[in-house]
Design a protein around this ligand. Structure first.
Ligand code: ZN
Length: 272
């Protein structure tokens, strides 16, 4: 097989796996994972995303404030974020979003924070990586006007709905706005027919995959730490749900991730 995988959402700077970064990257390469988005979620993790990705041609940093941070983020922190988001190596603003499921920050603050970060994304001309949990319809109120503005500004793909947990109908409302929809490890859980229905129903040009490492390990690794090499479990499950080969699913989702982040994975010999 020659197709390579692209993990569109990971947190390799998380202290649970940071110390094994070199091993994580080597195992990813050995498994044929040629692209990895390394996503920030607060001030220190944004800086770490940049420093860890610095000498890794297939690792692409994103910077943003997770909705859980919404009660803490100041104007000065947003100004610092915009400075980082402007750097050429940063491929997206994220992860940003709304989380009414865990509700760790005030809803009004979450809504202000997502709007402030969508404005930054527009100013720096980069797509967004969006977390939405228990807020799949609410997020659209913010993302629809943003997507319109992004299109007007010439951005082909406004962003990605990461680890999307809503219905296919909700996912399609984001596809209509131009977003990619990302499928993660829960698609491998035996009881999760909803995730497989979502994976099967998404249009080919809107589908990407991710690990959300070190969280959400696939079924075969439940209870362990997740890492990009394990994305093949998710890719297999998505390919099976769609009735296509693993090779074609990887080709498709890697090409989509390259369009989303406007990058090319490093040319590789001897993939998967
Ligand atoms: Zn995440």
């Amino acid at each position: 097989m020659t197709a390579v995988a692209f993990d569109t959402h990971s947190h390799l700077q998380d202290r649970k796996i940071r110390d094994d970064f070199r091993g994580v990257i080597e195992r990813a390469e050995a498994a044929g994972v040629a692209g990895i988005a390394l996503c920030g979620y607060d001030g220190p993790s944004n800086e770490l995303a940049l420093s860890l990705a610095a000498n890794e041609p297939g690792v692409f940093p994103t910077v943003g404030f997770h909705p859980h941070e919404a009660d803490e983020v100041s104007q000065a922190m947003l100004a610092d974020l915009e400075t980082l988001a402007t750097l050429p190596e940063v491929v997206a603003v994220g992860e940003i979003g709304l989380d009414f499921y865990r509700g760790l920050a005030e809803e009004a603050n979450q809504r202000r924070l997502i709007d402030a970060q969508l404005a930054i994304a527009l100013r720096v001309g980069k797509p967004v990586s969006v977390h939405s949990r228990g807020a799949e319809d609410a997020a659209r109120e913010h993302l629809a006007p943003y997507a319109e503005a992004a299109r007007t500004a010439g951005l082909e793909i406004p962003g990605v709905m990461h680890c999307f947990g809503g219905s296919l109908e909700q996912a399609m409302s984001y596809v209509e706005l131009g977003f990619m929809v990302s499928i993660a490890g829960p698609v491998t859980y035996p009881k999760n027919d909803d995730a497989r229905r979502l994976a099967a129903g998404l249009p080919a040009r809107s589908l990407v995959i991710e690990t959300d490492s070190p969280y959400l390990p696939p079924q075969a690794m439940r209870g362990k730490l997740n890492e990009p090499a394990l994305i093949l479990h998710t890719a297999q499950a998505v390919a099976a749900a769609r009735g296509e080969s693993l090779e074609s699913l990887l080709s498709l989702t890697t090409a989509n991730a390259e369009r989303l982040f406007r990058v090319r994975v490093p040319a590789r010999a001897g993939a998967v």
